[in-house]
Design a protein around this ligand. Sequence first.
Ligand code: NAD
Length: 799
Amino acid sequence: MNKLIVKKAAVLGAGVMGAQIAAHLANANVPVVLFDLPAKEGDKNGIVTKALNGLKKLDPAPLASKDKLKYIDAANYEEHLPLLADCDLVIEAIAERMDWKHDLYGKIAPHLAPGAILASNTSGLSINTLAESLPATIRPRFCGIHFFNPPRYMQLVEIIATRSTDATTLDALETWLTSRLGKGVIRALDTPNFVANRIGVFSILAVMHHTAAFGLGFDEVDALTGPRIGRPKSATYRTADVVGLDTLAHVVKTMQDTLADDPWHRHFTVPAWLRALIEKGALGQKTRCGIFRKQGREIQVLDLGSQDYRASGGVVAEEVAAILKTRHPAEKFALLRASQHPQARFLWSIFRDVFHYCAVQLEQVADNARDLDLAMRWGFGWAQGPFETWQAAGWSDIAQAVAADIAAGKAMSDVPLPAWALDAGRTGVHLAQGSYSARRTAYVPRSALPVYGRQLFPERVLGEGGANPEKSGETIWENEGVRLWRLPAVDAGIGIVSFKSKMHTIGNEVLDGVIAAVARAEAELDGVVVWHEAPFAVGANLQQVGEACAAGAFDLLEATVEKFQRASQTFKYAQVPTVAAVQGLALGGGCEFVMHAGKRVMALESYVGLVEAGVGLIPAGGGCKEFAIRAADWASRSATPGEVLSFLQPVFQNIAMAKVAKSAVECVEFGLARDSDSIVFNANELLYVAIREARAMAEAGYKPPLKPRAVPVAGRAGIATFEMMLVNMKEGGMISAHDYRVAKSAAIALCGGEIETGSRVDEEWLLTVERRLFVELLKTPETQARIKHMLETGKPLRN
Ligand code: NAD
């Protein structure tokens, strides 16, 4: 099989993973049949129906839009097995029991379509053993497909071949998972728990071991093992609570049962306190009580000394915090090793034992060091994999230190480091030519699958080298805020506009840059894309706005808003196609740029919204104007062309409540993007797709839209309707007087000003209305207080 086409998929098992995998398939426009056991009572699809309802409530949302739910059909093994005949991909995600999985394979095998791929989401069972119950005709199309929870958001999928899996089928599956579902795929070997869980769970066990050895509190360890060392906020123990303590114990048990020869085998057991929690039913987040619990407003943590819960604090000692802030990794590790503080000794110990484990096990668990490091980044959210951290800190110094600790009996196992790790002159495992493979004793380059050609700037591991987009390509023009550049090897005729500001905020230099860069592109190029790494743009540069307010420079502010509007209009009316390549946050002014581009190419994980109300403002970079025009347009195509107001209603609510669309799909539903825009599941493909879109638009004879001249607006009657809603909310105490004022300003701007309902206006009129209202709001002390608070705390002020 060279190309995988999935017209329909089946997921077997509607539990935690199965239901969410089905949701993500539906996100990618793949219709799904979701199976589970027949319910013993009532509707036989009862288990699945309940799981589907559960999908709507989960946070973070597995569905990119609730509307996607209708593409998942409920089914049960008793009545619906013939439905499998239409499915090109069947993912099994039932409970982790070899005998149950074998039974099920026996049941479904006769119903599978001749070319279908069957894959198991098992976390740790042997894929080769699972294959044994399958007929020989199916085995070449069977493999492991290990998603991580939550599957929409966790990038990693491990695919695992059996001895008989067909190689081209695996390539086709990897290609499809990468591009269609947006995943980071690594090839894992058929060893217990595969790569990420094997290393990740060992890391948790090492943390538990040293927590006890150094007598630290669980909250203290979480403060040490979270963002301070490049790991997620939930650190170690809260992650365990989220995963479920029973699930964690189960995975550890798999390691104990299947890895008898592992030199660390005696550590593959959960501590007595954890077993006691499980016995009590304190399983973590799902039972609202585990290592942590919430009592009223207080977060509490289990204290082993008192055998009771206490308020969670978790303080990192100043000395240790300072070490962790050291910029140079070699220096940081030297300081950690030299410190006598128990927190520092703890940290060195957990790093040492994970380095030791990875070096010894690399040959057994992964093809090469890059796969192992990427698995930890994508599956556990580590900023760097363990080999990267080791390499950054100076390979041979760390190798010597680890070896010395092993010799001194300080490490969790006395097995020596493999010889390759101690090679004289070794500087690391990731080099420009590839990453070290202990199995092949060679450096392995990246996969040559064509799908990776779509990733112009793929995620790189430290030491690998590779181009930095900020310094790549040919610069055509730049100022302080914007660089206009191109990648001649991809398309010399398409310019790339990248913002240089922090978090890509939009200040004066960016506005000047955008206007000038688009003008340059009109003269010399065939199209432009706006692209930089995430976030797309978190909004206007509030610092500049705050300073101008403080200086009372309101004329200057009005001029800046006018320039903002001009920049938006520049995108909309450019003589060449303009494509916004959106990923991550696109808020406020960033959202307005997105709205005005000729076309949008959006990563699925795009979070877009007009959030100005949070700082006491209304959208005035053309956002209100654009919705006034769109509402009139939507109305004109509806059964009630005069009813602009009903189309403005949801828009008004979104703006008044500063609501953010939580996926590219929702972005279309909010009217911020169009049905014809492209949604890209793998953000690494965004630039490639945007350039290709711009080129296609140019080739198709791009023409900018005509400026609307006579837009019917909702006017006074519209404003009065919105005001009635607001009065009720104010009287009910739901909004403050200033919220009222801000929302009313938005209502006026959306309704085209306080003019006769049904009046016809042009774009300039609408822009003037929103600009004036914006500046009036800026003059109020409440809005100024909101801006100040946002700059100081990063959070909105309710006043
Ligand atoms: P779960 O317990 O939430 O769901 C399991 C489902 O299997 C249930 O819907 C149940 O009705 C069904 N089931 C039980 N016995 C069955 C049988 N004999 N025949 C057919 N169906 C049966 O489990 P889960 O967490 O979704 O895990 C499912 C699979 O995914 C397991 O193999 C697990 O190891 C793997 N996995 C889990 C996670 C995770 O974080 N939960 C992550 C990756 C992989």
